[in-house]
Design a protein around this ligand. Structure first.
Ligand code: PMP
Length: 388
């Protein structure tokens, strides 16, 4: 049977988005495609809540979006503070190091966030040009609230770069209001488009920092100097070319952004919060412990939970897959085989999570776990009925 894809990206996509992708490919300078590209850039500002931002749509993955942020905003020797709550914080450090940044990493213990005090102590040194935050670290399911960190960064005149790969269009982001200089993502998560697009939104300050560079951008493909005129042209509904855009993916992107904006970002964030809260309650009823030490730091786009003691993780996931639900294993090297991850972002509905919980419960029962059949479904639905 058809399997329900409940990993933290790629996710289940709207049929309308997949149909849009299957349309005949046009020239990248066909008038209808120029319109689609221009609309997509404008719709991004709504989703990012950044009316003054400069959007970029480039073929590539979330990692390319991180690479572009580092390549364009950082010069050799610049000090950058990396705030890490898992695997993807370390990846940002690696990328920044590659471009010659002088990085300092503040790493939270597994399941925790870095304190605002620890961040301020670093920023006080006055040496930093930029800091990076992983909004949701997909390896740990940790949510780091960017707003207070962005406020601090502003106080110390430091650029804020947010890895929003697992948060944009799922978690609350108000880029302009919060004063974040760069928010980046990939298409395959809460944006709801198959893998292959790097999406970035730069503040005017970030664009100024780029324009005032002393040294050339070390990556040809990532150089905003090549992409800025293209984004401007498409927004002015004019033909242009640097690298061939991923035509079909961008048609799908426009479709998905329209669906997102029709729901409205406030409603969408609330839906993610309600579903995540109910899902955590359901896991708790199965005595499954989540990685985040508190619900305040738990992501609303995915949940990471430890396997019960004595259960073989691969066997559990195989049993869940037999029931046509796909969940993900662990990613963080230190504890890779002791936990699993369930994505619940994008167009996720209560039905999807009922299916996940049913498959998970049956798999646990088959492996001899002493749980009461139906308990997680009951917890999930009770919790959901209490929310508005
Ligand atoms: N950052 C975060 C938080 C992610 O979750 C991911 C993907 N799992 C990435 C960066 C990298 O994105 P991609 O795999 O699309 O290159």
């Amino acid at each position: 049977g058809r399997k329900l894809l409940m990993i933290p990206g790629p996710i289940e996509f709207e049929p309308e988005v997949l149909r849009a992708m299957g349309m005949a490919t046009t020239s990248h300078i066909a008038p209808n495609f120029i319109e689609v590209f221009g609309n997509s850039l404008e719709l991004m500002r709504e989703v990012w809540q950044s009316p003054t931002g400069q959007p970029f749509i480039v073929a590539g993955t979330g990692t390319l979006a991180m690479d572009m942020a580092a390549a364009n905003l950082i010069e050799q020797g610049d000090h950058v503070l990396v705030i890490s709550s898992g695997y993807f914080g370390k990846r940002f450090k690696d990328i920044l190091d590659r471009y010659g940044a002088n990085t300092t990493i503040l790493e939270a213990p597994i399941g925790e966030i870095v304190s605002v005090e620890a961040i301020e102590n670093e920023l006080k040194t006055g040496k930093y040009k930029a800091l990076t935050i992983t909004h949701v670290d997909t390896s740990t399911g940790i949510l780091m609230h960017p707003k207070p960190i962005a406020q601090l960064a502003k106080k110390y005149g430091v650029l804020t770069i947010l890895d929003g790969v697992c948060s944009v269009a799922g978690e609350e982001i108000k880029q302009d209001e919060w004063g974040i200089d760069m928010v980046l993502t990939g298409s395959q998560k809460a944006i709801g488009v198959p893998p292959g697009l790097a999406l970035l939104m730069a503040s005017q300050k970030a664009i100024d920092v780029f324009k005032n560079r002393q040294t050339p951008v070390a990556s040809y493909y990532s150089d905003w100097g090549n992409w800025l005129p293209i984004m401007k042209a498409y927004e002015e509904r004019k033909p242009s070319y640097f690298g061939t855009p991923a035509v079909n993916l961008i048609v799908a992107l426009e479709t998905s952004l329209k669906i997102i904006c029709k729901e409205g970002m406030d409603n969408r964030v609330k839906r993610h919060q309600n579903l995540a809260k109910a899902f955590r309650a359901a896991l708790a009823s199965l005595n499954l412990e989540i990685l985040p030490k508190s619900n305040q730091v738990a992501a609303n786009t995915l949940t990471a939970a430890y396997y019960p003691k004595g259960i073989d993780g691969a066997a559990l996931r195989a049993k869940i897959a037999e029931k046509n639900v796909i969940v993900a294993g662990g990613l963080l090297a230190e504890i890779k085989t002791s936990y699993f991850r369930i994505g619940h972002m994008g167009s996720v509905s209560p039905n999807d999570l009922v299916a996940v919980l049913s498959a998970l419960e049956c798999a646990l029962l088959e492996l001899g776990q002493p749980i009461e059949s139906g308990i997680s479904l009951q917890s999930f639905q009770n919790e959901l009925m209490q929310t508005d």
